[in-house]
Design a protein around this ligand. Structure first.
Ligand code: GAR
Length: 200
């Protein structure tokens, strides 16, 4: 069984959606470890309640390289084959990315390359786009940038505020993250330049 490592910083609903997909047999994998950079992240409680291994690694007094070296150590000790960023709100160093080439996925709440960075749903809402959505992509050394595995779109309605839009996007995040993890774990894809081509 392929071993996942989850990195998160907060609520943990994307992590929970992946855990549920495994539980319900839609994803053939196991969660080897859940790591948070924030001690108070609700995602840690969810992991513990599910009987999963959950670790808080504090960044206090550590520069990015030193912190990421600790992350790598924890992930390798747990024999993680695919790293899933699930609301992990720290930039990863280039050396971390090089430890797991094309083995790190991220979910981002916009249709990249539109609205990278923080608070993407709010950015999209304020910009006035009529369609937004979410993206699962491989992580490379640039922010919210690597090859795209899956995207889903949602309409922006006249009655929306940025919270209702974010909720509509989140529903799609929960659906496509597990699908993307399954594609990558099964090796049912090839990469040509930036294009990830699913092989069915
Ligand atoms: C999700 O909307 C995720 O796409 C976003 O943070 C939220 C985490 O929610 N990630 C980013 O913005 C990364 N740039 P969750 O903790 O409930 O999964």
């Amino acid at each position: 069984m392929k071993r996942l490592g989850i990195l998160l910083s907060g609520r943990g609903s994307n992590f929970e959606a992946i855990a549920r997909s495994i539980e319900e047999g839609r994803l053939n994998a196991e969660i080897a470890v859940v790591i948070s950079n924030r001690a108070e992240a609700p995602g840690i409680e969810i992991a513990l309640a599910r009987g999963l291994k959950a670790v808080h690694i504090s960044s206090k007094g550590l520069d990015r390289e030193a912190y990421d070296a600790q992350l790598v150590k924890e992930l390798k000790e747990n024999h993680v084959e695919l790293v899933c960023l699930a609301g992990y709100m720290r930039m990863l160093s280039a050396s971390f990315v090089r430890e797991f080439p094309m083995r790190i996925l991220n979910i981002h709440p916009s249709l990249l390359p539109a609205f990278p960075g923080l608070d993407a749903q709010h950015q999209a809402f304020e910009y006035g786009v009529k369609i937004s959505g979410c993206t699962v992509h491989f992580v490379d050394e640039q922010l919210d940038h690597g090859p795209i595995v899956l995207q889903a779109h949602v309409p922006v309605l006249a009655t929306d505020d940025s919270d209702t839009l974010a909720a509509r996007i989140l529903k799609e995040e929960h659906r496509i993250y597990s699908e993307a993890v399954a594609i990558v774990l099964n090796g049912r894809y090839r990469v040509e330049g930036r294009r990830v081509i699913e092989e069915v």
